[in-house]
Design a protein around this ligand. Structure first.
Ligand code: ADP
Ligand code: MG
Length: 115
């Protein structure tokens, strides 16, 4: 997954720093899907808006959902003995970030990084 994200970031002309930012964010969100979401999928969409290029990634699982999204986003909050920095970190590394989650249904996290 990291390799695929990096290849697309390179294809969109991202600098090495921007490649690393989106790969790191993707890595945290994929890890959450594995650790908490019971597995899932990632969708990748290259974006073009005039001269701007970007990459959108959507992480989808049908796991337990997140009861309190604001709490889950707080640095240091973890229910799994982690560092609690994944969601907040992914948000900081992204240009746009959104979470939709329903308890008992699943979670969808969408991030966009523009070049
Ligand atoms: N896909 C997900 N499904 C259910 N809960 C999640 C998901 N992603 C994150 N969470 C919840 O949000 C908390 C914070 O996530 P994160 O910031 O990545 O920290 P960590 O992975 O270190 O716990 C997790 O401990 C978990 O309770
Ligand atoms: Mg995490």
């Amino acid at each position: 997954m990291r390799q695929i994200v990096r290849e697309h970031a390179v294809g969109q002309g991202f600098s090495l720093v921007d490649q690393t930012k989106i790969v790191t964010a993707a890595s945290e969100l994929a890890r959450n899907i594995i650790n908490y979401g019971g597995g899932g999928e990632m969708l990748l969409r290259p974006l073009v808006d005039g001269n701007r290029k970007g990459v959108m990634l959507v992480f989808i699982d049908k796991g337990p959902g997140i009861p309190d999204i604001a709490l889950a986003l707080k640095d240091g909050y973890t229910t799994g003995g982690g560092m609690g920095l994944g969601l907040g970190g992914a948000k900081r590394l992204s240009s746009e970030f959104s979470i939709e989650s329903r308890v008992g249904v699943g979670t969808r996290v969408t991030i966009t990084r523009w070049k």
